[in-house]
Design a protein around this ligand. Structure first.
Ligand code: SF4
Ligand code: SF4
Length: 320
């Protein structure tokens, strides 16, 4: 599969504690030849509880800067089909996306449980194959055999290389054999809908544009700190700052990192009619000049010389 310059391959892995879902994510990013990131979400983890792991792969490191969970996956890997009854594995999965399952169920049974015919499905008895080859029902490497078969974005050789980095001793060869066996045996049921990456991303607001869900959040975004009569409006906490913030709109990629990093909520933003926030400046009355916002700002193309929020000496900034 050819990957567009502005595309991120987003994978969400559903497993149960102890099944190795996190390792599956690690193997994916180790196998990817380019910028990639993976991380887990355990919640109250214990053996057998539902877990999630996420992997993002791209050609452009700026596109995978966020550590947010994967909300709009193109591929969902399910290591245990009992999870179909516990969690919504298709959450955020757009038409034409893939559900790749470890299961012995038929496609009809799977579609009945999931209730969607606009997705592609792949299934394999990964547990059976893992038991036969590894002697244990650990299906994390097995499911990757199915993933590389249906996605075409990673080669068997790349996964083999990642397994050699991740495992030691006899586990290397046995896990490679599991991947190959699953690759050969995976069954596929495709839908006739083409996946549209841009549409899939547009169906949900990015995490950074979801409103903080507390009263007055909009007011804070527009005004900086929360102006309470007799309170913060009168307390000019920024007067002693040695630095103030200069905003260069032309360098802003609208990632919202500054907004969420400012300890004093001094970054101002405005929402357009599509619900997307835009940074418009900072509140100089309360900005104490810590320059955290300037530190986190990636600027255009990650070029530090082109950051959009800069700390400049207070006397150079006269407007609020
Ligand atoms: S310099 Fe510090 S206080 Fe001022 S806007 Fe940036 S992060 Fe907030
Ligand atoms: S000013 Fe920098 S950190 Fe803030 S949204 Fe723009 S690019 Fe991101």
């Amino acid at each position: 599969m050819a990957l567009a310059e502005d595309e991120v391959i987003q994978v969400r892995i559903h497993a149960r504690g102890g099944q190795g879902g996190v390792t599956a994510g690690q193997l994916l990013v180790q196998a990817w030849d380019g910028p990639a990131k993976c991380f887990p979400k355990f919640g109250a983890e214990r053996q057998g509880s539902p877990t999630e792991a996420f992997a993002q792969m791209s050609k452009d490191k700026d596109l995978i800067r966020t550590n947010a969970q994967v909300y709009t996956p193109r591929y969902v890997l399910v290591l245990d089909d009992t999870l179909l009854f516990d969690v919504c594995v298709t959450s955020g999965l757009s038409a034409g996306g893939w559900v790749i399952l470890n299961t012995t169920k038929s496609f009809d049974e799977i579609k009945k449980v999931i209730g969607r015919s606009d997705l592609n499905y792949a299934k394999v008895d990964a547990t059976g194959i893992a038991l036969e080859i590894l002697g244990r029902p650990i299906t994390n490497t097995a499911i990757l055999g199915a993933f590389i078969k249906v996605s075409g974005i990673l080669s068997l050789a790349a996964i083999e290389r990642a397994i050699k980095q991740q495992f030691r001793g006899a586990l290397v060869e046995s896990n490679i054999n599991v991947v190959k066996a699953v690759f050969d045996k995976v069954e596929i049921a495709k839908c006739d809908i083409a996946y549209n990456y841009q549409k899939a991303q547009g169906e949900k607001l990015k995490w950074s544009h979801i409103e903080p869900n507390y009263p007055g959040a909009d007011d804070i975004a527009l005004a900086g700190v929360w102006y309470v009569p007799g309170g913060s409006a009168k307390v000019q906490t920024g007067t002693w700052g040695v630095y103030k913030i200069k905003f260069l709109k032309e360098n802003c990629i609208n990632c919202q990192a500054c907004y969420f990093s400012c300890p004093d909520m001094c970054i101002k933003r405005e929402k357009d009619d599509k619900g997307i926030w835009h940074i418009v400046g900072s509140d100089h009355i309360h900005c104490k000049g810590c320059r955290i916002c300037a530190e986190v700002c990636p600027g255009k193309k990650g070029n530090k010389a082109r950051v959009a929020v800069m700390g400049v000496p207070t006397e150079e900034v006269t407007t609020v």
